[in-house]
Design a protein around this ligand. Structure first.
Ligand SMILES: NC(=O)c1ccc[n+]([C@@H]2O[C@H](COP(=O)([O-])OP(=O)(O)OC[C@H]3O[C@@H](n4cnc5c(N)ncnc54)[C@H](OP(=O)(O)O)[C@@H]3O)[C@@H](O)[C@H]2O)c1
Length: 263
């Protein structure tokens, strides 16, 4: 499919940049939004008919401005990719109130407000796809990732509810739950590392981007990627005590190896 208006948040790096590129190369009009405008402009130079909107999604008014400028330019919105997000991996008592507020606002409140803001246009056409980028961490609680897990499982909850609310009215809500992804900036910012899948088990940003574009073409409510995380999520649901033991042991090992870790 092509010729759609697609908003991609967090288009300045990682999964968002690859996704914006994939939509643009498929012939869609892409709205590129993030804070680092220089990176967005460089990407826009490769994507004819794209629109750059610099915005900090934690600031009041940002969502209405993005949707308003998009409608002014293109009149319709067919696809929204709620991708922008951060993960401040740390022990809970090491996070400041401001860090927690920022993470919740960016990862959860902004996607909710954006979905609400694009809906009038999508419902008027009885056509539209909202794709939320959650995470396997939204289905499995992981020590040192508590706030991230909370926001991504919040996104899981709203996505499932909205899918059931909006599907009969012509709008699809899809959620993608990636496991580890290589080649992103978020991976470099982790302050505590509980363990990471080896590179060969992780997807590239281009692979995740391809999956997001295919969700826009053939929407389905949920997709856990890579596939082998689906049984892991099922085990967490059926045998949470087993996953408690494994994750607590990993956290203990990291605490012992990190002399400054809280006791
Ligand atoms: N990497 C993984 O292994 C993985 C796994 C599962 C899910 N995810 C999810 O995938 C999404 C993309 O992450 P990524 O790994 O590609 O990370 P990334 O390379 O760090 O990209 C994050 C994007 O979010 C934007 N952003 C950050 N703060 C923002 C703010 N206040 N306002 C507006 N935009 C902001 C960044 O742009 P600016 O800094 O220019 O604003 C950047 O474009 C996130 O939701 C993440 O949780 C990632």
């Amino acid at each position: 499919m092509s010729g759609r208006t697609v908003i991609v948040t967090g288009a300045s790096s990682g999964i968002g940049e690859a996704t914006a590129r994939a939509f643009g190369l498929a012939g869609d009009r892409v709205v590129l939004t993030a804070r680092r405008v220089d990176r967005l402009q460089r990407l826009a130079a490769d994507l004819p008919e794209s629109l750059v909107i610099q915005a900090d999604l934690t600031q009041p008014g940002a969502v209405d401005r993005i949707v308003g400028e998009t409608l002014n330019r293109y009149q319709t919105i067919e696809v929204l990719v709620n991708n922008a997000g951060i993960g401040q991996y740390n022990w809970i008592e090491r996070l400041t109130e401001e860090e927690i507020q920022t993470e919740v606002t960016l990862n959860l409140i902004a996607p909710i407000l954006l979905a609400r803001a694009v809906l009038p246009s999508m419902l008027a056409q009885q056509r539209g796809v909202i794709i939320n980028v959650s995470s396997v961490a939204g289905r499995i609680g992981v020590p040192t990732m508590a706030i991230y897990c909370a926001t991504k499982s919040g996104l899981h909850g709203i996505s499932e509810a909205l899918y059931r609310e909006l599907r009969p009215r012509g709008v699809h809500v899809c959620t993608i739950y990636p496991g580890g992804v290589k080649g992103t900036e978020s991976g470099k910012r982790k302050r505590v590392r509980l363990g990471e899948a080896p590179d060969w088990l992780r997807l590239s940003t281009k692979q995740v981007a391809g999956m997001i574009v295919s969700l826009a073409d053939r929407p389905r409510p949920r997709r856990i990627v890579p596939w082998f995380f689906s049984p892991v999520v099922a085990i967490n649901n059926l045998l949470p005590g087993l996953v408690d033991a494994v994750t607590m042991r990993a956290a203990r090992r990291v605490r012992r190896a990190q002399p400054s870790a809280p006791t």
